[in-house]
Design a protein around this ligand. Structure first.
Ligand code: NAD
Length: 257
């Protein structure tokens, strides 16, 4: 098994990429700390892990709050004795996020607080725990929008993911000699609740699909496979990477008909 005897904390594990990663990491032998603000969804992920014979606990934590982030790391060490993998994955895409003119200050602040500050706070409290474990792997969920611009504006989201990507590079360099690797998982457009709520009409979905060479949205399960690689020792010489898993969207100039 690829994560035998490891302890992994995953934020936003009540849904989408976080849930699929929790299930997959558990199948590969890890004990999982499921973190979310949606208690019902988080508990459901824990039940699913236990059903497949794995070990997991649920911790309620809002990643934009320092005390909650401190608490989730503490809970991981209390329950399982250590932390080896920190997956800062929780994020939002607000339905009122638009261009610079139309986006409200509240939407900007909320998005930055969860998507960017949430990663900072996860690392602030998680990195000392990884040090205590002798090293580990940090995975921060950014997005392909951190490296490309889109004409369908979501300025707060895009800026927040740019922050995650640049923060990831600096953290990787700073902690490289401590046996702590830090990589950014950059998904392309996915068929998850988050994006489907934003692209809420068939016309909007088709408008986005035009740009994806593979001609389909990715699946949360496919992101979980990529995250597993970053979490495991198979990626042992990899840090500070922009790990794009995007159906070819960032490679495309013109897509096939
Ligand atoms: P999702 O909406 O399915 O799941 C996100 C989870 O995070 C939910 O369970 C939600 O309750 C939780 N959450 C929200 N705010 C939180 C907070 N403050 N504290 C703790 N938990 C919180 O989303 P997803 O598609 O699985 O997205 C996961 C990550 O992937 C996000 O960072 C997102 O920006 C990123 N991403 C998604 C796509 C996509 O197309 N879906 C593309 C690129 C990147």
């Amino acid at each position: 098994m690829r994560l035998q005897d490891k302890v992994a904390l995953i934020t936003g594990a009540g849904s989408g990429i976080g849930r699929e990663s929790a299930l997959l990491f558990a199948q590969e032998g890890a004990s999982i700390v499921v973190v979310d603000i949606n208690d019902e969804a988080g508990e459901e992920t824990v039940a699913m892990i236990r059903e497949q014979g794995g070990q997991a606990i649920y911790v309620h934590a809002d990643v934009s709050k320092a005390a909650d982030c401190e608490g989730m790391v503490q809970a991981a060490e209390d329950a399982f004795g250590k932390l080896n993998v920190l997956f800062n994955n929780a994020g939002i895409m607000h339905s009122q996020d638009g261009d610079a003119v139309s986006t409200s200050e509240e939407v900007w602040d909320l998005t930055m607080n969860i998507n960017a500050k949430g990663v900072f706070l996860g690392c602030k409290y998680g990195i000392p725990a990884l040090r205590r474990a002798g090293g580990g792997s940090v995975i921060n969920t950014a997005s392909f929008v951190a490296v490309m611009g889109a004409a369908t504006p979501q300025v707060a989201y895009t800026a927040s993911k740019g922050a995650v990507l640049s923060m990831t590079r600096e953290l990787a360099v700073v902690h490289a000699r401590e046996n702590i690797r830090v990589n950014a998982l950059c998904p392309g457009p996915l068929h998850t609740e988050l994006l489907m709520k934003f692209l809420n009409t068939e016309a909007k979905r088709q408008r986005r699909l035009v740009h994806i060479p593979m001609g389909r949205f990715g699946l949360a399960k496919e992101m979980a496979q990529a995250a597993l690689f970053l979490a495991s020792d198979e990626s042992s010489f990899m840090t500070g990477a922009t790990f794009l898993v995007d159906g070819g969207i960032t490679a495309a100039y013109v897509t096939p008909e």
